[in-house]
Design a protein around this ligand. Sequence first.
Ligand SMILES: C[S@@+](CC[C@H](N)C(=O)[O-])C[C@H]1O[C@@H](n2cnc3c(N)ncnc32)[C@H](O)[C@@H]1O
Length: 207
Amino acid sequence: MGMIKDLMNQTRKPEGRLGKMMISSMNSGHARVSDWGMSCLGGVEPESILEIGCGGGRNADELLKKYAGATVTAVDYSYLSVEKTIEYNRKNVDRGRCTVLQADVSQLPFPDASFDLATAFETVYFWPGLAHCFSEVARVLRPGGTFLIVNETDGSDPSSLKYEKIIDGMKIYPPEEIRAALMEASFTEVEVIGHGSKPWVAVRSVK
Ligand SMILES: C[S@@+](CC[C@H](N)C(=O)[O-])C[C@H]1O[C@@H](n2cnc3c(N)ncnc32)[C@H](O)[C@@H]1O
């Protein structure tokens, strides 16, 4: 259990040798839920995108493919995630379409109203205080901008709850708790989209 727990804890903030192992598996492990979540972004045509908790960097690349005219700024508070995201997106980094920075969502290093779309895949479980972090996302979004949260579990499947016990500081939020925190952070038009046959959830909201 010790080794598995140590490895699983690297999902929160990849560091060191185990962190490198975990990052290598994140892109493939989250591909299906991420692609489904991105399909919930109909009607949005962003020019500037903030991808928060970018992990291995696949989602930044998928966003760049989906929105050919857009730029993506990817952030993560883990140095290893930043390194991996740069490596995964090398061509777009060199072309100036992708910028990757080490930053904590609770204190984003951007001026107000910098982005049209913010995304958060498989990461809000670890954020320090949802309403505060959502307010910070709202601050850097332009009025009318969209915030998309995608989680592999909405807490309805008992098997996923074991991760809360294994991973320090992880919290699996029921969608209604996410909705309430978004509204507290002054987001509107909050839409909870369930997958149907899996416990996956996407929450879309508008600044
Ligand atoms: C489970 S991984 C998901 C990575 C990627 N989004 C994906 O779907 O594969 C969670 C990521 O969120 C990052 N993260 C967690 N809390 C964060 C915070 N407060 N600020 C920035 N990044 C954070 C972690 O470092 C990690 O890379």
